[in-house]
Write a protein that binds this ligand. Structure first.
Ligand code: NAD
Ligand code: UDX
Length: 469
């Protein structure tokens, strides 16, 4: 039907912000309001410095903000005025209680749903944008129905954007997935939501399924992607033990069109707010359905990732003559991948923590991550106060500054700027022998070797210069 669409999105985070900005850009006639309980976040969205760094986001926000894109703390008003309500709140792994360490914490989700139930006075389409366990839509429907909101529809519309490329992913999505109840009302709701995406996404890319398939597909997609990274990382261990080169293997294997070349880059380990959380969520679901072998199968994707991080740290310690105590180590990159300031589950955090345990002195440089965030992450993981951490850790403003007097460079994020540094100059000011541990395989190993570095790259033949790595 032609009823006017007005959108409200609860949660102004990495997903809510970019997705709604894209919808506002593509649908100038639709008013899009993003609400959040964090006043500080809303204030940042309304300022010149947005709370998240995402290439291309600033331009779209500047173009649409105040036109048909609004950021506000007024959650209730936003809910009341909307016809479609997206819920894009965080769903982290539970820290306490049943399923702790595996199950998704749905506290924020339920709070948002209960807020909708309490204040919405006209029928709404409620859209799950957050990644949630299967059957969450059903649970949310129950909360709404119990509050007398029986004409509300709950849809699942998981988000597949990746950080660092979010605006591009949103502009050209491989697919948009909409799951809904198998009822007439459900079909109407799906149709209305697909009308929004149809402004720029070709019809054949808008997939409609039942609600459980949609919820499960999101968990499966992330599990498969992470599984590829863990598989190539497992292969990297075989390469180091055998003299094969993981990049050559990935290239040869990936050229098989059935396998494909994407997501086969060996690394220090995957990070980000989604992979580990979503796999553990799937593992928990499998366990609660009595599918313990299936659970174990997926669980190994995360275990392999933990092993990879530990293997990398062991190489560093082993390489540096089995002791890093008192040695300065330059950690290049703290974000979980390039082109983002996000550090959630970043491999760098664990590498840093392990090196701190060995009493190394660590000099961190990351081009985008806020210093405050680094202190916060290290406090969380070590349980120490910032003042205690500062005894081991310094944050520097450039590769050059971090490398001064360092025994080793450790690349933990694949920032492009690390590729163009003058490593001859860097080498000159380092302690000798100078080591390089490339956890992302982005640097030219031959060149660094010829400068004089003892090098280690993931899944590459070992450097025999000193026979320590
Ligand atoms: P985030 O932490 O960046 O943002 C969530 C926001 O929701 C926060 O600003 C928080 O203040 C707000 N919030 C929480 N409870 C609220 C409430 N009751 N009312 C109003 N605001 C509330 O999280 P994110 O990275 O955007 O992730 C959101 C969801 O999307 C998660 O389920 C995640 O798994 C999923 N997801 C994330 C990505 C990603 O790349 N980050 C990609 C796909 C899916
Ligand atoms: C992921 C999914 O890609 C996205 O579809 C989903 O919506 C959210 O989760 P994101 O976590 O933002 O996105 O980044 P992604 O590009 O998937 O990278 C995740 C981690 O895997 C990063 O730490 C990255 O460095 C690592 N990675 C990725 C590898 O180590 N090797 C690869 O080949 C690919």
């Amino acid at each position: 039907n032609g009823e006017e669409i007005k959108i409200c999105c609860i949660g102004a985070g990495y997903v809510g912000g970019p997705t709604m900005a894209k919808i506002a850009e593509k649908c100038p006639e639709i008013v899009v309001t993003i609400v959040d309980i964090s006043a500080a976040r809303i204030e940042q969205w309304n300022s010149d410095v947005l709370p998240i760094y995402e290439p291309g986001l600033d331009d779209v926000v500047k173009k649409c903000r105040g036109r048909n894109l609004f950021f506000t703390e007024e959650v209730d008003k936003g809910i009341r005025e909307a016809t479609i309500i997206f819920v894009a709140v965080n769903t982290p792994t539970k820290k306490i209680g049943i399923g702790a360490g595996r199950a998704a914490d749905l506290t924020y989700w339920e709070l948002a749903a209960r807020r909708i139930a309490a204040v919405a006075d006209t029928p709404k389409i409620v859209v799950e944008k957050s990644t949630v366990p299967i059957k969450t839509a059903e649970a949310i429907s129950s909360v709404l129905h119990a509050a007398g909101r029986t004409s509300f529809s709950v849809l699942s519309n998981p988000e597949f954007l990746a950080e660092g490329t979010a605006m591009d992913d949103l502009e050209h999505p491989d697919r948009v997935l909409i799951g809904g109840p198998l009822t007439e009302a459900g079909a109407t709701a799906i149709e209305r939501l697909s009308q929004v995406y149809a402004h720029w996404v070709p019809q054949e890319r808008i997939i409609k399924t039942n609600v459980w398939s949609s919820e499960l597909s999101k968990l499966v997609a992330n599990s498969f992607l992470a599984q590829r990274v863990s598989s190539i990382n497992a292969v990297s261990a075989i390469c180091e033990a055998s003299g094969a080169d993981v990049d050559e293997v990935a290239r040869a294997v990936g050229m098989d069109t059935r396998i494909g070349h994407k997501f086969l880059k060996a690394s220090v380990g995957f990070g980000g707010s989604c992979f580990q959380k979503d796999i553990l969520n799937l593992v928990y679901l499998c366990q609660s359905m009595g599918l313990s072998e299936v659970a174990e199968y997926f669980h190994w994707v995360v275990k392999m990732n933990d092993l990879q991080k530990e293997r990398f740290v062991s190489r560093i310690i082993h390489g540096l003559f089995n002791t890093v105590t008192g040695k300065r180590i330059a950690l290049l990159g703290f974000a979980f991948k390039k082109d983002t300031g996000d550090t959630r589950e970043s491999a760098a955090i664990e590498v840093c923590q392990r090196l701190m345990q060995e009493r190394a002195e660590i000099a961190i440089y990351d081009p985008k991550v806020e210093h405050e965030q680094i202190w916060y992450d290290l406090s969380e993981v070590t349980g120490l106060e910032q003042s205690q951490i500062e005894k081991y850790v310094k944050i520097e403003g450039s590769v050059q500054a971090a490398a001064k007097d360092a025994h080793a460079l450790v690349v933990t994020t694949e920032w492009d700027e690390f590729k163009t540094v003058d490593y001859r100059k860097v080498y000159q000011q380092m302690s000798k022998p100078a080591f390089l541990f490339d956890g992302r395989n982005i640097l030219d190993r031959e060149e660094l070797h010829s400068i004089g570095f003892v090098t280690y790259s993931i899944g590459k033949p070992l450097d025999t210069k000193l026979n320590t790595v």
